[in-house]
Design a protein around this ligand. Structure first.
Ligand SMILES: NC(=O)c1ccc[n+]([C@@H]2O[C@H](COP(=O)([O-])OP(=O)(O)OC[C@H]3O[C@@H](n4cnc5c(N)ncnc54)[C@H](OP(=O)(O)O)[C@@H]3O)[C@@H](O)[C@H]2O)c1
Length: 291
């Protein structure tokens, strides 16, 4: 079986490799050929979660520690993160700002995988203050993180958005008035050219999940109502909504599924029971998503 043939990354067995020095928005140059045989990232491995205080990032963090991964939560405000995430023996907080390439070295040192779920609002808001608008958040930050990530990682999972390839069509044209989709697509392209084994997840409008602070246990009790079924597509052709719970689960599942490697998936939630945390159901969803 392909999965069995692949190297598994764990805390015990990962290759020690240091980060490449980061830099903001350098032109992307392929550094190694992407192959569909990257090491799988299994429980015990160390996963950096960027955006760990955010809606999707909190859920990714909770799901990973529940399954026995070591999570390094990359946060900008340690006190806020401690309030939001609480404490767990498998959870480590590291303070870094993706916009500041120099701050990323301790965050990425020795990680086996990265999940990037950083973001800001698509339209002007208080969250843009202090140079936190779409360009620094959706392009500069992720680009720095991609550049800083050790080439040895088994997966870089990048949460972007539905509509990145349809930014001229309605309703995406409205969402892209301040360039958020264009910038996210540029960051995706940088990842695709980086040589890192990647999975790009493009959720539709996000629903469910944490809007305020929770601890990790409370987070895991959330359910997506009667819309727990998931549609994955290998094209940017979905419309509607995506549960943060399903989006976070897809990010976690993508770490261990070769079917998710080096591909971009649109994700939407629909009425029905859905895959939950069942790895074989997710394998089928990823495998069947039309390219
Ligand atoms: N909202 C939607 O309907 C929707 C739809 C499709 C896709 N998306 C995208 O899905 C992703 C996840 O969304 P979400 O709602 O979970 O995000 P969110 O709640 O807005 O959280 C964003 C996270 O990014 C972090 N962040 C922002 N700038 C950073 C920086 N320079 N360095 C380090 N961390 C930084 C924030 O940290 P701080 O706590 O320090 O600010 C926060 O943890 C985002 O990319 C979003 O654009 C959203």
């Amino acid at each position: 079986m392909m999965q069995q043939q692949q190297q598994r990354l764990s805390a015990a067995g990962r290759a020690a490799a240091g980060p490449r020095p980061g830099g903001a928005c350098r032109p992307a140059a392929p550094r190694r050929r992407a192959t569909a045989a990257a090491a799988l990232v299994e429980p015990g491995a160390t996963v950096l979660v960027a955006g760990a205080t955010g809606g999707v990032g909190q859920l990714v963090t909770a799901k990973l520690v529940e399954r026995g991964y070591r999570v390094r939560a990359m946060v900008r405000d340690r006190a806020k993160a401690a309030r939001t995430l609480g404490e767990h023996p498998l959870l480590e907080l590291v303070v870094a700002d993706a916009r500041d390439a120099a701050s990323l070295a301790p965050a990425v040192a020795g990680v086996d995988a990265v999940v990037c779920a950083t973001g800001t609002t698509a339209f002007p808001s208080a969250r843009w203050e202090g140079n936190n608008g779409p360009r620094p958040t959706d392009l500069v930050g992720p680009t720095n993180l991609i550049d800083a990530t050790p080439r040895s990682v088994g997966r870089f999972v990048f949460v972007t958005s539905a509509g990145v390839e349809r930014e001229k069509e309605m309703p995406w044209r409205i969402l892209n008035l301040f360039g958020v989709l264009t910038l996210k697509r540029q960051a995706e392209a940088h990842l695709q050219a980086s040589g890192l084994p990647y999975t790009i997840l493009r959720p539709s409008r996000l629903t469910d999940g944490p809007y305020t602070s929770y601890d990790l246990n409370t987070l895991l009790k959330g359910v997506a109502g009667n819309r727990q079924a998931v549609t994955l597509s290998g094209r940017d052709d979905l419309l509607g909504e995506a549960s943060r719970i399903a989006t976070a689960e897809a990010a976690v599942q993508a770490l261990t599924l070769p079917e998710a490697e080096n591909r971009a998936f649109a994700l939407a939630s629909t009425a029905g029971q859905g895959p939950g945390g069942d790895a074989s159901a997710w394998r089928e969803l990823f495998a069947r998503a039309a390219p």
